[in-house]
Design a binder for this molecule. Structure first.
Ligand code: G3P
Length: 214
């Protein structure tokens, strides 16, 4: 499973890059707005740091404008993956981006049939939002498993990018189901390695070592 970080914060990106854990980055308009920086240079800097897929989202909602924005974003770096919303105009824009050789991550997926459609049209990534579905009491893992089954049935090469992850369990469950990528917010990334017994065990080892050395 590939690990992407779901943030536009450069310090967080550098931190997890240093741990050798980072395969890519996803951003969205909300995450970029939080940083208060200019969009294009920020994406360029993220690409420079990560040297892997970096999702940057369009804000247009009409296909012609989406494609224009997509071309502009794709020109920033070979690492940019353009993010388009899974709406009718987004599907039209996806078809044109695929034709133009632009890699696309289709976002805001909440049901398996949306994932089927974006794969048919040629998306590089499909992003089901797990946490937001759980928030409205629908089992996100059922959706994820159905998407995996559909993609396997037809050997689609579109990668399933599990998004809107809220806790380490989401990451583990998505891995069991076979999501290709997990995009993990920094706060969740931080929790992945923590277990109280790991900390207690290490403390005891070090205390015993000190005692043994007299
Ligand atoms: O980047 C898309 C997605 O991961 C957003 O997550 O927590 O805002 O539902 P969240």
């Amino acid at each position: 499973m590939k690990f992407f970080i779901d943030t536009a914060n450069l310090d967080e990106i550098r931190k997890f890059k240093a741990m050798g854990l980072l395969d890519g980055v996803t951003t969205n308009p909300s995450l970029v707005a939080k940083e208060g920086k200019e969009f294009r240079p920020l994406i360029a800097e993220i690409c420079e740091i990560v040297q892997g897929p970096v999702s940057a989202e369009v804000v247009a909602t009409e296909a012609d404008q989406m494609v224009a924005e997509a071309k502009e974003l794709a020109s920033i770096s070979k690492h940019v993956v353009v993010k388009l919303p899974t709406i009718r105009e987004g599907i039209k824009a996806l078809a044109r981006c695929v034709e133009a050789g632009i890699k696309v991550n289709m976002t805001l997926i909440f049901q398996p049939v949306q994932a089927l459609i974006v794969a048919k049209v040629g998306a590089a990534y499909a992003s089901p939002f797990l946490g937001r579905l759980d928030d409205i009491s629908q089992d996100s893992m059922d959706m994820l498993a159905e998407i995996r089954e559909i993609y396997d049935n037809y050997h689609f090469s579109t990668q399933i990018l599990a998004a809107s992850l809220r806790h380490p369990l989401h990451v583990a469950q998505a891995a069991r189901i076979g999501a290709d990528v997990a995009t993990i917010p920094p706060a969740v990334f931080d929790k992945l390695l923590d277990h109280p017994l790991t900390a207690i065990g290490l403390e005891k080892f070090l205390a015993d070592w000190k005692k043994g050395k007299g």
